[in-house]
Design a protein around this ligand. Sequence first.
Ligand code: NAP
Length: 219
Amino acid sequence: MTVDGKITTRNFSPVDFTSREDKMHLFRQRSLGDAVLIGHSTLKQDNVRLGLPQPDLREARIARGQTPYPIRVIVSNEGKIDNRLKIFQSDISPILIFSTKRMPKRTRTALRQKAILYLSESQHVDLAGMLGALRSQYNVRTVACEGGATLFRSLLERGLVDQLNLTIAPYLFGGAKAPTLTGLSKEFLPASVHCSLTNMRVVGDECFLTYRIKRKAKL
Ligand SMILES: NC(=O)c1ccc[n+]([C@@H]2O[C@H](COP(=O)([O-])OP(=O)(O)OC[C@H]3O[C@@H](n4cnc5c(N)ncnc54)[C@H](OP(=O)(O)O)[C@@H]3O)[C@@H](O)[C@H]2O)c1
């Protein structure tokens, strides 16, 4: 995020305001997960494959007993996901989509060729249930969530985040309509979340922070 807490620009353009070091940091964090999780808007805007281009990161995974690439997990309530997105053109690892029966029939048919669909009866995806399914059915123990803000906020509200990796990039964007780390909602979180700083690294003008998410404190 920028110094003023913004995670994207006015037109929600893909994130390209951080350094090569930050992009490598993202790949390193992604490589630690058994699964990588992304919200539908970020997938659409950034059109990412969620791969790992660096052979050494894949080798380190194999040495740790993991698959070469993390399982890729997409969440969407509405389920109107375009099967032409780049992620569906790459078969490096399974793609799981957690959505609801709101997903149009035609979209289901198209996506079933490329991904495994979990469609709930309820209007919204049950995130804790999703993590439970990842654990019990795919033996996933570590999930690297790459946002965006809406998904991050939902996970945070349900107490499902245990670590936050935050890079402060040397810019100020301003703009009430540019999302912050927890999105655009005018609402406070149900309770403030206490973060404990466990690591800090400065490279050039960027600051790489790791927080342990401790507990919710009522304000
Ligand atoms: N600076 C950074 O590090 C960074 C990181 C990530 C993203 N971004 C930027 O953030 C912007 C997108 O932000 P965003 O907040 O709109 O993105 P988001 O969280 O990726 O996507 C929101 C959408 O994801 C689905 N979703 C989110 N939470 C859900 C939940 N609890 N259950 C079910 N579905 C859920 C919904 O999809 P449906 O609408 O399909 O129901 C929702 O509309 C993009 O511009 C992206 O580039 C920046």
